[in-house]
Design a protein around this ligand. Sequence first.
Ligand SMILES: NC(=O)c1ccc[n+]([C@@H]2O[C@H](COP(=O)([O-])OP(=O)(O)OC[C@H]3O[C@@H](n4cnc5c(N)ncnc54)[C@H](O)[C@@H]3O)[C@@H](O)[C@H]2O)c1
Length: 362
Amino acid sequence: MTRKLRFGLIGLGEIAYKSTGHVLQQTANAEMIAGMDPVPEMATTFEAAFGIPCSTRLEDVLENPDVDAVVISTPHYLHVPLGIQAARAGKHVIVEKPMATTLEDADALIAACRETGVLCSSKEGSVRYQPATAKARELIAQGAIGEVMATQVVGAANKPPSYWTGGYTGRIQTTWRKSKFESGGGVLIMNYIYDFYRMRYLTGQEVTRVFAEFGTFRTPVEVEDFITVTLRYTNGALGMWMASSCAPGASKMGARGTKATDNRIFGTAGQIVFDNNDLLVYTDNEVAGLPRGEWTTLSFPQQSDDQSYRVYFDKFAEAVFEGREPDIPGEEGRKTLEVLLAAYKSGETHQPVTLGAVDGRQ
Ligand SMILES: NC(=O)c1ccc[n+]([C@@H]2O[C@H](COP(=O)([O-])OP(=O)(O)OC[C@H]3O[C@@H](n4cnc5c(N)ncnc54)[C@H](O)[C@@H]3O)[C@@H](O)[C@H]2O)c1
């Protein structure tokens, strides 16, 4: 690669400061050259920490001809309006998860990027670059667990009151995480979006029907702090998800995708369980490297989220330089979002919600 893709950062709060700034200092194909945040302290502290010019004006990023792409790390309801402005300025667009808070918004961003010829991607897709996720996908594709019958995602966190106004680090005081309009929802869309994307990616199945119930039990916010979701996939498989941000005894960041009971895929010939960095695999089939009829532990090196983010930025840059679609185009973010929004709709109406074309068993 002769040069790196040059990013401008829009929004310099918690994730930009604790993660993206460091990630973009370590990527092979991407770098950051400018940043902006309307709050002056966010701009000055980011500039001091990372040594790139930061301002409070969006134009300083969007009108900078050296900026090739932006990463938008703002409250959720701003992802799309800012993304559309960036696309119209000719910048490739990465949005933090979730892509948008409504499907109309997601469609508008995808359309703006298509019209202006820039690439678009939302960052929850980075989980596909985690080694255990990649291996699980390979095993499922090889037929190690047969036909997928069901997926399970169960996880609980116990977010402290300070989270709702300052995130995990208190870098900036805000109220958007508490607001249904500004965030789009609570623990489901905020945290478990990664796990649900992972299940779509691993199974290769889309969701056709969703039923959900949710409540706000222990947190003074507009969004849910506990949700249960039942679903059906295109191949007829079932799904069961349960997520909480208010479970006494759980850690503040929960155990998203990393505990034995969290992410599990049941197949007609086996099971795969995500257990910290390991995969526990059972198969009744002949699979190279796996004993038949027994559980096997496949271990992977300890990985931080930043490592998969690094691969994500590098792969996005490669796609730009090679003039092709990114691995995770905007349409992927939209599909994941559609399921989450259907769950919210179901929880509000207490009725199942059917999605898209249904070609599986009912
Ligand atoms: N904090 C995390 O651990 C984490 C992890 C993964 C993804 N994310 C995602 O990152 C995004 C940002 O979350 P966060 O935790 O950094 O929030 P945050 O509140 O800490 O930071 C958001 C920043 O956006 C800025 N902002 C507000 N309006 C803006 C505008 N019009 N233009 C530019 N900047 C504006 C705010 O001033 C603030 O500094 C969200 O999509 C979130 O889901 C966060």
